[in-house]
Ligand binder design. Structure first.
Ligand code: BTN
Length: 220
């Protein structure tokens, strides 16, 4: 993948810059020092103080993109001696605390892949950061390059197998919100070949395509 990295500052969200200013050219990467209105999944805010990595990458949409990027970010952190886990579909956690998040906004064949990594501080109580999890130091630029390299690699090999190895959701009791009113609670049984989460609620087996997943039990 040929990448073209553009640094910006004083932006609301790198997602918006990527959508509006890049003509959605594949391989364009927008990186910001801070974001005024960083966005997370499911309408959450992504706190984006100086010192973190905030990047949006223009890629081709694909049904497994969300898991692919999760694996790539997890591998890049693993190279730093961190032991990351993926909460389905792609929250990157260390000891159940969030270290990185991924937001994918697709339109047609193009996806804007937003990646936020807490590097030198954990902006929320239930979050962590790279410096808290490893003695090794890395610059924002080197971490971004490591992630971009791992994204390329994540197009090769058995993605679902790699994903399952990082996934800490399997085997746990989970509650997955499907919308404001609908949710499924049960045991996370499987990640199927389409990347969907299979949950057994004791009566039915649900194949969940997308939702906000909460781990209710410790890993068994
Ligand atoms: C999440 O876990 O909720 C997803 C967080 C995604 C944050 C990144 S930071 C770069 C890009 N710009 C945004 O506004 N959000 C994503």
């Amino acid at each position: 993948m040929d990448v073209h990295i553009i640094h910006v500052d004083g932006v609301s969200s790198t997602q918006d810059v990527a959508r509006e200013m890049t003509m959605q050219e594949l391989g364009t990467v927008i990186v910001a020092d801070v974001q005024e209105s960083g966005r997370g999944r499911h309408g959450h805010v992504w706190l984006s103080p100086r010192g973190g990595l905030y990047a949006s990458i223009v890629l081709r949409s694909d049904p497994l993109l969300s898991l692919r990027i999760g694996v790539a970010v997890a591998r890049a952190l693993q190279h730093l001696g961190i032991d990351p886990r993926l909460k389905w579909p792609n929250d990157v956690l260390v000891h159940e605390k969030k270290i990185a998040g991924i937001l994918i906004e697709s339109s047609g064949e193009t996806a804007i892949v937003g990646i936020g990594v807490n590097i030198d501080r954990a902006p929320l109580l239930n979050s962590t950061c790279v410096v808290a999890e490893t003695e090794r130091t890395i610059t924002r630029e080197d971490l971004l390059h490591a992630i971009l390299e791992e994204i390329e690699i994540a197009y090769e090999g058995d993605l679902i197998k790699a994903y399952r190895e990082f996934c800490s959701t399997l085997g746990r009791t989970v509650r997955v919100s499907l919308s404001a009113e609908a949710y499924v609670t049960g045991i996370a049984m499987e990640i199927d070949r389409e990347g969907h989460l299979v949950v057994d609620d004791g009566n039915d087996v649900h194949t969940i395509v997308g939702g906000d997943c909460e781990h209710l039990s410790a890993r068994v």
